[in-house]
Design a protein around this ligand. Structure first.
Ligand SMILES: [Zn+2]
Length: 422
């Protein structure tokens, strides 16, 4: 697949120093001397971009099952998360990075505490990460410091990681109901000064609007607009309950959206107006959310859930076609985070790729009339992933992550999860 969505069979991708330099049909490829050749017998496609996650929460996987989001956060998650130390986050992110890479996810947007640990544990096994440490103004989370101190830390973090190509730092004000106008103004000004992506939960559940109104006397959208936070790079997660007017406001500000279909189902949040947002010109990526909100970091499952929700919600089988959702985990997801150099196989893009093995029985039989893209979306799974490259470096081979000692990563995460639970 090149950037236009064309399938070349057979095709060739030339990579030099982590960058894709040529893509096209094999019979049109320019001759190149002195190169290493990798043959892929299945399908080579762009690495997937996960636009919203809290991967280190895998230490809390399963906690608070079946509680509504507000109680799940305040009664289960926050009391545990406030006890976290940096090494816990490192252990959770490292094991999670091996899960993400094995599942074909080469970039993940991570809203989590201890951004330094997140960045280190992501980049060590070769994952590309956009780490946006959260700011939550709730007395329970005061242990992490006030918003100004948090912003100072995030500014320093972005300076420290400025020269690492696989790490980008953003800012993660948690949600309009858990951050003040003063904090959001501070976020807007730091984001503008350093050109950082702001990543925030917006309109996930229905009760949030009334909560914001009670706290501020304004709607969440008025609050966001008035602080200037929408004027820079802004990625909103969930956006389940946006009105038509709010969708227009987001489109006017070039806000992008991370759609989390499985999490929205598990937490009974609702059905996000994905097609209306895309029709308004908003880039919508599909995302896993954290492994405590929905247990798996699997964008194949999310793609199918996105289609099912759109179709069953409108009782219309033509809603959200397979090629659209594949774009929403690759090129459109990359656009949503302001990285047009990711999520596509085209000259000038970073060489983040995955190979789907045709030895996976669920993909067969494949006949000449079959739509390969639709087959991958409907029948593909992490099990079908054979090889993965990030920045041109192979990190998964024969479905095994080459860069993480899985047994010791599981043991470390288990020990830390047990200590937290106690
Ligand atoms: Zn989230």
């Amino acid at each position: 697949m090149d950037g236009s969505g064309t399938v070349h069979a057979p095709g060739i991708v030339d990579v030099e120093a982590g960058e894709i330099v040529w893509v096209g049909p094999a019979d049109a490829a320019p001759p190149v001397d002195g190169i290493t050749t990798n043959e892929v017998s299945g399908a080579l496609m762009p690495g997937m971009v996960n636009t919203h996650a809290h991967t280190p929460m895998l230490l809390l996987r399963g906690a608070g099952e079946a509680l509504p989001v507000d109680r799940w956060l305040r009664e289960v998650m926050w009391p545990l998360e406030r006890k976290l130390v940096s090494d816990d986050v490192h252990a959770g992110m490292l094991l999670g990075a091996s899960e993400l890479l094995a599942n074909g996810i080469t970039t993940s947007v991570e809203m989590y505490f201890y951004g330094e640990a997140v960045a280190q544990a992501a980049v060590a096994p070769g994952l590309r990460v956009l780490a946006a440490p959260p700011i939550i103004e709730d007395p329970q989370m005061a242990v992490f410091g006030g918003w100004q101190a948090r912003l100072d830390e995030i500014g320093e973090l972005s300076e420290r990681w400025a020269s690492e190509p696989r790490v980008e730092i953003g800012i993660g004000p948690h949600a309009p109901y858990s951050t003040s106008a003063a904090c959001l103004e501070g976020v807007a000004s730091l984001a503008k000064a350093r050109d950082l992506l702001v990543h925030m939960h917006v309109s996930e559940q229905r009760w949030e609007e009334a909560a914001v109104r009670e706290q501020t006397g304004r709607s969440a959208m008025e609050l966001l607009e008035s602080t200037g936070i929408l004027d820079g790079r802004f990625l909103a997660a969930h956006c389940v309950w946006l009105s038509e007017a709010e969708i227009e406001t987001f489109a006017a500000h070039k806000v992008a959206v991370a759609h989390c279909p499985c999490s929205n189902c598990k937490h009974a949040s609702g059905v996000a107006p994905v097609e209306a947002m895309r029709e308004a010109g908003i880039s919508v990526g599909i995302a896993t959310d954290g492994p405590a909100s929905h247990h798996r970091l699997d964008l194949f499952e999310e793609m199918r859930m996105a289609i099912r929700l759109a179709r069953v919600h409108h009782a219309d089988s033509e809603r959200l076609p397979a090629d659209a959702v594949l774009r929403m985990v690759t090129a459109e997801a990359a656009d949503a985070i302001g990285r047009p150099d990711l999520g596509r196989l085209q000259a000038g893009a970073r060489a983040d790729m995955l190979a789907i093995s045709m030895s996976e029985p669920a993909l067969h039989p494949i006949l000449p009339k079959d739509d390969v893209v639709a087959r991958i979306v409907w029948s593909g799974s992490p099990r079908s992933i054979d090889r993965v490259w990030v920045e041109g470096t192979e990190v998964v081979s024969e479905g095994k992550v080459l860069t993480v000692d899985r047994e010791s990563a599981i043991a470390e995460a288990t020990a830390r999860a047990a200590a937290l639970a106690n």
